[in-house]
Design a protein around this ligand. Structure first.
Ligand SMILES: [Zn+2]
Length: 193
């Protein structure tokens, strides 16, 4: 793991990242680049400013990166649906019937079922996603584990790819770049210093 930082003079004019012509996933020669964006959290002419960069990948790395949802989003959704449905039925069945059925109490079992199902779905999906990531780390690389779980990905200001991640500091004055391959990271640092 190689970590380097780049200063940002002006968040509205983000720096241009120069990558070596080597796959960030395995360090082999680049055969393709994947276009990526990182939001700078500021606006210019009422448009959000994006740091655009091209991530160098070999053919296999590119294929894995494009298919990474198979081991992150898909298990999260599958686990979430299964556990959510199970939680819903258990919650609905196990809710004791009110002694006097009124309009207010009629839907109590359904409401409890929905709540239990939602919580169970998020937990179940997250658990299955975590297991899948551990299982596929030998293929996808260690940075797969650094990818935030789908449930909290929307809250994160870090972009994680196979072998590479980039994060904007809270004060928007620094970029923190992490490389799974030390050599690729050191070459990147040389190109960008
Ligand atoms: Zn590669």
């Amino acid at each position: 793991m190689f970590v380097t930082t780049l200063p940002i003079q002006d968040a509205k004019n983000p720096p241009v990242l120069k990558f070596p012509a080597r796959c960030v996933h395995c360090g082999a020669a680049t055969t393709e680049t994947l276009p990526m964006n990182l939001s700078m959290g500021v606006q210019k002419r009422s448009k959000p400013v994006l740091l655009k960069f091209s991530l160098p990948m070999c053919a296999q790395g590119g294929r894995l990166e494009r298919g990474v949802a198979k081991v992150t989003l898909v298990p999260f959704l599958v686990g979430g649906l299964l556990m959510g449905a199970a939680g819903f039925f258990l919650g609905a069945i196990l809710t004791p019937a009110p002694p006097l059925a009124t309009v207010q109490t009629r839907f109590l079992a359904l409401a409890v079922g929905a709540l239990v199902g939602l919580v169970a779905g998020i937990l179940g999906g997250t658990a299955l996603e975590a297991v899948c990531k551990l299982f596929f780390t030998p293929v996808y690389g260690k940075m797969l584990l650094a990818r935030p779980l789908t449930a909290i990905e929307i809250l994160s200001d870090t972009e994680t790819y196979l072998g590479f991640s980039v994060a904007l500091s809270k004060d928007k004055k620094q970029l923190r770049l992490t490389f799974e391959h030390d050599e690729v990271g050191r070459e990147f640092q040389r190109l960008n210093s």
